[in-house]
Design a protein around this ligand. Sequence first.
Ligand code: ATP
Ligand code: MG
Length: 315
Amino acid sequence: MAGKPFEVVVGKGGVGKSTVAAALATQYARARHRTLAVELAAPAGLARALGVRDVSQGALAEPREVAPGLSYACIDGENALAEYLALILPVRRVLATVLDSRIYRYFVAAAPGLKELMTVGKLWYEHDRESDGQPVWDRIVVDAGASGHSLQYLRMPAAAAKTFNSGLVHRESQRILDLLRDAKRTAVHVVATPESMPMVEAAEIVEQLRGDLELPIGRIFVNRARAAAPDGAAAVLSKLLSKPMDGADAGLARVAAAGQRELGWLQVQAESIAEFVASTGIEPERLPLMRVEEFGRREVLELASLIADPAEHRQ
Ligand SMILES: Nc1ncnc2c1ncn2[C@@H]1O[C@H](COP(=O)(O)OP(=O)(O)OP(=O)(O)O)[C@@H](O)[C@H]1O
Ligand SMILES: [Mg+2]
């Protein structure tokens, strides 16, 4: 189906990619889009953020419904390759022999980017999948990996299409590339946290997406953003700290010092976001830092409510 969104969430390690992917997927499912949330390599942060249980067995290639209208799958490149080979080698005995062979193991380990390519191929298959002439998914949201190498997946189809300039691999890679580069369908969302290095890294990701990757940029999220301080906070704190405090005032001094540290973080946040805006020209969306003892499904649901559906805004 033309125009069906295929969304990929990228960003450096630990910034909140899985949380944002889960919140987006949850929000789409709430808006009655049949949504598939996909995690790459092995079940981890996305499964956790969606509250998916029983993932200890490893990859769950078959999508599993985890909430009304919301399914979860984990795609592992090696499994995807085995599945693909099963299509070409339908004799099970032959297939098993191939998959067990040392040469095959060696080939999979040695071929650069093969696993990434098979993974993206499988994503493409899910995107185009139909049942009884109807598309199975309205939306696909991909959490592109815990390794911080999420762009590798997006780089592979172009590399493969170039390396193999004709034949099957070229054709398949080109089809995947056509989907990825189509701004009507694909959006790559970038997540960062409001500190100097993460924001610089996010700007670099934007630059790569605009540059050699040539991929459509979706939304930019600054996750764990602090709320603005109350008016006059800086003046009140410095007045408090200017007075010598002892004894009964020691507690007050500690609170004032903590308040000042918090203002320091707010300054870092403002400066790092301003630098990002100056270098990319994009004003990011902020998602609040949630100060909870244990970050869980409830917080993800709250973030989902804050993430409005951009398609609905456009209409
Ligand atoms: N808005 C938020 N407020 C408070 N804590 C948050 C917020 N978003 C995420 N976290 C916390 O940060 C942790 C890391 O988030 P998440 O797993 O989404 O990051 P990630 O970018 O997917 O990490 P990785 O690169 O390891 O896959 C979460 O387990 C959660 O505890
Ligand atoms: Mg993650």
